[in-house]
Write a new protein. Structure first.
Length: 350
């Protein structure tokens, strides 16, 4: 087998700065690695808007956790149910097990599901500044050893039983949580909606309802109602050494809009499954280290604070790109005209 490793360059540009308030307060440029070059000016328009409004983009980190679901096999549903009750009752013993083996992992929740004679146990842990994939898998191995010792009537099924749920579009992550749950919101005065977005609050609200909410519903979207969260997420993930496959669940989010007062626009992006970290796999690459340092995510803070800052910056970036695209789509022809002009300017081949 030959070593054919090579560097695959992805065009990257720093956009902004974005102005954030709330759980993270800063003015910060953000890196976007993408072949879709119109994304840069689109996010840039939202970033400019964030610097013009009174409170910028307000971010709230609602929750943070990483999960792994282990699968046990019993002979009957009755045995599985009895074991499930016992595992939940022995939460403190399992919490001690993980704290003895890890400096940063902490058990915070256990959820169980039973299907026939199959027992799924979903462990949720905080993982400091790491996204936590390997950390929770290591913890789950320790948990399984304990549970199988307590219940010899159970058998090993799998270290991961898909009730986690990792890199798949599911409902469970939005309901029970997986990753960092972040909400970004902005209140745009009427004159800025007109001058900067070339639209009105009413037109943007109507489009969001008809396209993102109704359109996504008839398409069968799963806990998701947005125009293109995945675009900003992938560009940010690639620039900061994240596991890019996590945009599958990360892009499950909801855009919400209201008309306020005499024509002001309230707009928010809720991203309940942002799986990101500032330490761990990929973060030791020189370019990633430089990027995270420039983003202010290498500071001496309490465990988890740097990752929360990164998640907040990502959510704010998503809002910038989402609002800019929706505003463009309220004007017939604007989106395609902008793409053609911008892509020709960068020398894209046809």
């Amino acid at each position: 087998m030959t070593d054919d490793s090579r560097v695959t360059p992805i065009p990257t540009r720093w956009v902004g700065p974005l102005r954030l308030t709330g759980d993270v307060e800063c003015e910060q440029q953000v890196p976007l690695a993408t072949y879709e070059t119109p994304l840069w000016p689109s996010v840039g328009r939202g970033a400019r808007l964030s610097r013009l409004v009174e409170h910028g983009i307000r971010v709230s980190v609602v929750d943070e956790r990483m999960t792994r679901s282990s699968l046990f096999v019993a002979d009957s549903a009755a045995e599985a149910a009895a074991a499930a009750r016992d595992v939940s009752a022995r939460f403190d013993e399992l919490a001690t097990t993980v704290s003895e083996r890890s400096r940063h992992a902490r058990l915070i929740d256990i959820d169980t599901e039973i299907v026939g004679n199959l027992l799924f146990v979903r462990f949720a842990l905080t993982t400091g500044d790491a996204s936590g994939h390997n950390m929770v898998t290591l913890a789950a191995e320790a948990f399984m050893e304990r549970v199988l010792a307590w219940h010899p009537e159970l058998r090993y099924g799998s270290i991961s039983g898909n009730y986690c749920s990792d890199k798949k579009a599911t409902a469970v992550n939005g309901i029970l949580g997986r990753g960092r749950n972040v909400i970004a919101e902005i209140l745009v005065p009427e004159h800025l909606v007109h001058d900067q977005l070339r639209s009105t609050a009413a037109r943007i609200v109507d489009l969001n309802t008809r396209k993102n909410l109704v359109g996504s519903t008839i398409a069968g979207a799963l806990r998701s109602a947005n125009a293109h969260y995945a675009n900003m997420l992938l560009a940010f993930y690639l620039a900061t050494g994240q596991d890019a496959a996590n945009i599958v669940e990360g892009s499950q989010g909801i855009s919400y809009a209201e008309v306020r007062g005499e024509g002001d626009l309230y707009f928010s992006c809720t991203l309940p499954n942002l799986i990101v970290g500032t330490v761990g796999n990929g973060k030791d690459l020189p370019f990633v280290d430089d990027v995270l340092d420039r983003l202010g995510c290498r500071e001496e803070r309490e465990p988890g604070a740097n990752a929360r800052r990164l998640a907040a910056l990502i959510a704010a970036t998503v809002l910038c790109g989402e609002l800019s695209l929706l505003a463009a789509q309220t004007n017939q022809g604007e989106l395609m005209t902008s793409h053609l002009l911008l892509e020709r300017r960068t020398g894209a081949r046809r």
